[in-house]
Ligand binder design. Structure first.
Ligand code: ADP
Ligand code: MG
Length: 421
């Protein structure tokens, strides 16, 4: 049943739709945006498995079809403070341009489900609208806003974010497996940073190094700076990780000994932003569905951009599968300052193929003769899914976004399992 919402200036329409339903939203009149990306008048946008808001600065009329779990309009939003944050960042970008320096590097931190990713989207979209091309770094391994859960990524955003599909839809990233348009990705392989802090830090460092190399080559990226999204890092382990991230993205000249002064350091400004009343908590079940949808999307695409993955047999001789050694006591469980076992950043071969059944494997950008201890420092060129194993004949049936031989031999297994349905 069709319904109309008339929104006044600085109002938003909030909606929640589950994975079984679809809702269609059309901007009939006025201007409106979803997390910073403008809607076109007369266009119909379709959403499924989404909780979001259509915001308007100047007022608009929306036509909505389909059934929502929740829908209402609200007048209290933090959008003005988000815009002011953006304007302050633009000033830093201007300065960076005239002084030929690095643009702002923004780290967004806070508990789970407070609107961090939404804020990142707004900041990225607004910068883009003003002609910038910021780098969006996602260190949230639960969600995997870009590519797969378990992955840390950096993407240079130069196209408008798709309002229906959100950030760098994984469909387009799968299509680019092995090519240079694949976002910069490193595979951590677990859901939460505290499952293996040492590995998480190692992978963050590698990502930061790669981002800095990219910025050194590209003036536009360098001036626009970086927007870094994280997962709820609020406990002691989280603080430790935040400091690590700040250090890695700050620049090499800052030394570890500066750490205790970080928050007083004039180069790091801390800005507190309010949580939107619209932000909804996503329960465990919704998150699991979100992860599954993300994995499915990597292989099969989205309604807008469908993909047909290839199922094929892989011989034992053609691949080397690795996983991170068993973590007996994760560093996060030990008293502060005590190092965990080095297993945390060591790979072991997976000889038992049954272990890989239903697993997601990251294809590492590693040469065939890459030494074992260098594997975890390699970026990722794509992902495959193990749909069947034949232990006796040493063969795997895999699902791959592209046909033919795998581009690389070394594969890294994490803790993510998936069931094709
Ligand atoms: P975080 O990244 O901090 O975990 P998100 O930005 O992903 O939080 O927000 C949590 C959920 O709330 C997401 O599904 C997001 O789309 C939704 N959300 C955020 N802001 C609003 C809003 N103003 N109205 C409705 N839903 C929102
Ligand atoms: Mg988030």
């Amino acid at each position: 049943m069709s319904r109309e919402f008339k929104l006044g200036p600085d109002h938003e329409y909030r909606f929640e739709v589950d994975f079984q339903n679809k809702v269609q939203i059309k901007l009939v009149e006025g201007t409106a945006e979803i997390f910073g990306t403008e809607l076109a008048v007369g266009n119909t946008y379709t959403f499924s498995g989404r909780k979001a808001a259509v915001y308007t600065w100047h007022g608009c009329t929306l036509e909505v079809n389909g059934s929502c779990l929740v829908e209402y309009t609200a007048s209290e939003t933090p959008m003005t403070s988000y815009l002011n944050t953006h304007l302050a960042l633009e000033q830093l970008r201007e300065r960076a341009k005239s002084e030929r320096e690095l643009g702002p590097r923004v780290l967004v931190v806070g508990p789970h489900d407070v609107g961090k990713t939404s804020l990142c989207k707004v900041l990225v979209s607004y910068s883009l609208k003003q002609g910038g091309s910021p780098i969006y770094v996602s260190l949230d391994t639960t969600e995997g806003s870009i590519t797969m859960p378990g992955t840390l990524t950096a993407t240079s955003i130069s196209n408008i974010i798709d309002v229906e599909e959100g950030f760098g839809s994984s469909a387009t990233t799968a299509a680019s497996m092995g090519s240079s348009t694949m976002p910069l990705a490193y595979y951590y392989g677990f859901e939460s940073p505290d499952e293996n802090v040492k590995l998480y830090k190692l992978v963050t460092t590698k990502l930061a190094e790669a981002v800095k190399r990219r910025m050194a080559m590209d003036d536009e990226c360098r001036n626009s700076g970086i927007i870094i999204d994280t997962a709820g890092l609020i406990d002691q382990v989280g603080y430790d990780i935040i400091q690590h991230i700040v250090e890695q993205f700050e620049g090499h000249e800052r030394l570890y000994s500066d750490m205790s002064r970080i928050y007083k350091n004039q180069n790091v400004s801390v800005v507190k932003l309010a949580k939107s009343g619209g932000v909804v908590e996503r329960d465990k079940q919704f998150k699991t569905l979100l992860q599954r949808a993300k994995i499915r999307e990597y292989f099969y695409g989205t309604p807008k951009c469908e993909l047909s993955p290839y199922s094929m047999l892989v011989n034992n001789a053609d691949v080397k599968i690795w996983r991170v050694g068993d973590v007996i006591a994760p560093t996060s469980a030990l008293p502060l300052g005590m190092e965990g076992s080095s297993n945390e950043t060591q790979v072991v071969r997976v000889d038992n193929y049954d272990m890989c059944f239903n697993s997601i494997l990251a294809i590492l950008n590693a040469d065939d003769d890459e030494p074992e201890n260098g594997l975890l420092e390699c970026s990722v060129t794509g992902f495959i899914y193990v749909s069947d194993v034949n232990e006796e004949r040493c063969k795997l049936t895999i699902l791959s976004p592209s046909p033919g031989r795998l581009p690389r031999k070394h594969l890294l297994m994490g803790s993510f399992k998936w069931m094709e349905s």
